[in-house]
Design a protein around this ligand. Structure first.
Ligand SMILES: CCCCCCCC/C=C\CCCCCCCC(=O)SCCNC(=O)CCNC(=O)[C@H](O)C(C)(C)COP(=O)(O)OP(=O)(O)OC[C@H]1O[C@@H](n2cnc3c(N)ncnc32)[C@H](O)[C@@H]1OP(=O)(O)O
Length: 195
């Protein structure tokens, strides 16, 4: 391990004096289904390989509840959910909660506690919320329950998302995916030429 450089990590504890988050005026309202991140998202879009997570807005307009049906294709250990896919579920659900408050943000850091094994055939219910927004930083947390909302806790997670603009995707996404979203070659090339 001698040649592995240690990368410093920083805290994702939200500051105690941060203001309570407010629902973005264009976000769906209480009880409504949330929008998928985009049409090819493997967390929430209805495409092959997706976890097909579905989310609804809670009464406070900011938190979301999400449903994830654990299938054979999600196994890690025999008949049990793969831990990385529980993290994917949290990333998607927490990343849906943040869309209630801010336009676009990407996961910078996530921590997950795995409390109980999750058998294939289980429906996992997740509750996710934005705890605070400070500048570009969006602090989120969530809980995954076995079988029913507020049932036995399968895992918990916290994540820091960082707000980004369209240029994040114009710079980093594949050009063909951006063109499918309506961006022109010129706009993509200009974003990539910018410092
Ligand atoms: C035609 C246009 C089309 C547009 C279409 C749009 C469609 C949009 C649809 C949907 C979008 C959402 C999809 C969600 C899907 C589920 C979530 C995912 O899977 S996201 C993918 C995984 N995540 C990444 O790929 C991020 C990779 N990382 C980065 O790109 C950068 O590192 C980034 C943006 C996170 C930060 O980089 P910086 O250069 O912009 O900013 P810096 O200054 O480094 O950080 C800002 C603040 O955050 C803290 N920070 C950053 N990383 C941190 C970390 N790991 N831990 C703690 N703090 C961190 C820093 O310390 C700084 O804090 P201080 O302002 O100084 O207080």
């Amino acid at each position: 391990m001698g040649n592995v450089r240690r990368v410093p990590t920083s805290t994702i504890e939200p500051p105690a004096d941060a203001e309570a988050p407010r629902r973005h005026p264009k976000a769906p309202g209480p009880g409504e289904r949330t929008r998928e991140h985009h049409s090819q998202c493997r967390g929430c879009a209805d495409v092959p390989g997706s976890l097909r997570i579905r989310s609804w807005v809670e009464d406070d307009g900011v938190s979301v509840r999400s449903r994830f049906d654990v299938l054979d294709e999600h196994q890690g250990g025999p008949g049990l959910l793969h831990g990385g896919l529980l993290m994917t579920a949290f990333d998607d659900a927490l990343g849906t909660a943040h869309t209630q408050v801010v336009r676009a943000a990407v996961t910078a850091r996530m921590e997950t506690d795995f409390r109980r094994p999750v058998p294939v055939g289980t429906t996992l219910w997740l509750r996710s919320r934005v705890d605070a927004v400070v500048g570009r930083k969006v602090y989120t947390s969530g809980v995954a329950y076995l079988g029913e909302l507020d049932g036995e806790v399968a895992g918990t997670a916290r994540a820091l998302f960082v707000k980004v603009g369209a240029e994040h995707f114009l710079k980093h996404s594949r050009p063909e995916d951006l063109e499918a979203l309506g961006a022109s070659r010129e706009v993509i090339e200009a974003a990539r030429a910018a410092p």
